[in-house]
Design a binder for this molecule. Structure first.
Ligand code: THU
Length: 160
């Protein structure tokens, strides 16, 4: 038996250290938490994506009384971006979340597995790395590509 370790490269920024463009995208994600519809979890998530054509698309989590029918902010936003601009790459996604007390979470928000998988597919469609910015009050994580958030990921290539 051999043991292998997988290291995940990520950069840790103080909010003030972010580039102007990244701070703007993070601010949009934070703003979008106000558009969240989360009467069941009271966890308000916002996302903002930057496209290679310079457009920014925003979204938030949308819940439903039939719980599984709701959708996370990341997928709401990416599906909208990919349906509006099917041939334009998503270059960056910023995500922010507020808890039940209305405070932004202290640690960088952690996207669920399904959203990571959808990010992977958006990245594949775009044909270039999709950068991820995960906002927290304490710090923001930057990951250069989706595989860094989803090691040992499943893609169409795994079916060949
Ligand atoms: N949620 C997101 O929108 N994104 C995430 O990355 C994690 C979870 C939503 C789904 C649900 O509306 C609420 O947060 C609680 O899970």
């Amino acid at each position: 038996m051999k043991e292998r370790k997988i290291e995940i490269p990520l950069k840790v920024y103080a909010y003030e250290e972010l580039s102007d463009a990244d701070r703007q995208l993070v601010d949009k994600a934070k703003e979008m938490t106000n558009h969240s519809y989360a009467p069941y979890s009271h966890f308000s998530v916002g996302a903002a994506v930057l496209l290679s054509n310079g457009e920014t698309i925003c979204g938030s989590n949308q819940e439903n009384a039939a719980y599984p029918s709701g959708l996370c902010a990341e997928r709401t936003t990416l599906f909208f971006a990919n349906s509006q601009y099917p041939d334009v790459a998503v270059t960056t996604i910023a995500i922010a979340a507020r808890n039940e007390s209305g405070e932004f979470v202290e640690q960088p928000v952690s996207p669920c597995g399904a959203c990571r998988q959808v990010m992977l597919e958006s990245q594949w469609r775009g044909g270039r790395p999709l950068r991820i910015l995960l906002y927290g009050n304490e710090c923001t994580y930057e990951l250069d590509r989706v595989e860094d958030l989803l090691p040992l990921c499943f893609t169409a290539e795994n079916m060949e």
